[in-house]
Write a protein that binds this ligand. Structure first.
Ligand SMILES: [Cu+2]
Length: 118
């Protein structure tokens, strides 16, 4: 009886600590260094960089326009399309299916890029 009670009180003591450490550790991790490979495509000097980005399924890719004139991000087969992005504007799309997604800038169609989703 006594043994069981002390085991129970042990659990009662440890459980809140475990929960607290989860709560404390989560934000710390989120605040820490960005993910090893930021899923970001920089639009600069009429170029998408990297031109080809490979990401896991369910990744959200963000395009950032670093050029001083507008660009768009338009999927070749109409899966996604941004509005015209001014300088420092961002556009994000989440890829929920594997595949190869070619895209271009509808203002400057020679600007092309590819997202490979695996
Ligand atoms: Cu453009």
């Amino acid at each position: 009886m006594t043994k069981r009670n002390s085991l129970l009180s042990g659990i009662v003591l440890v459980l809140p600590l475990a929960l607290a450490s989860i709560l404390v550790l989560q934000p710390t991790r989120a605040k820490g260094a960005p993910a090893a490979s930021p899923l970001e495509v920089q639009v600069d000097n009429f170029t998408f960089g990297p031109a080809t980005l490979t990401v896991p399924v369910n990744s959200t890719v963000t395009w950032v326009n670093k050029d001083d004139l507008p660009h768009t991000v338009a999927s070749s087969d109409g899966v996604f399309k941004s509005k015209a992005l001014d300088t420092d504007d961002k556009y994000s799309y989440t890829f929920s299916k594997p595949g190869t997604y070619g895209y271009f800038c509808s203002i400057h169609p020679k600007m092309v890029g590819t997202i490979v989703v695996k």
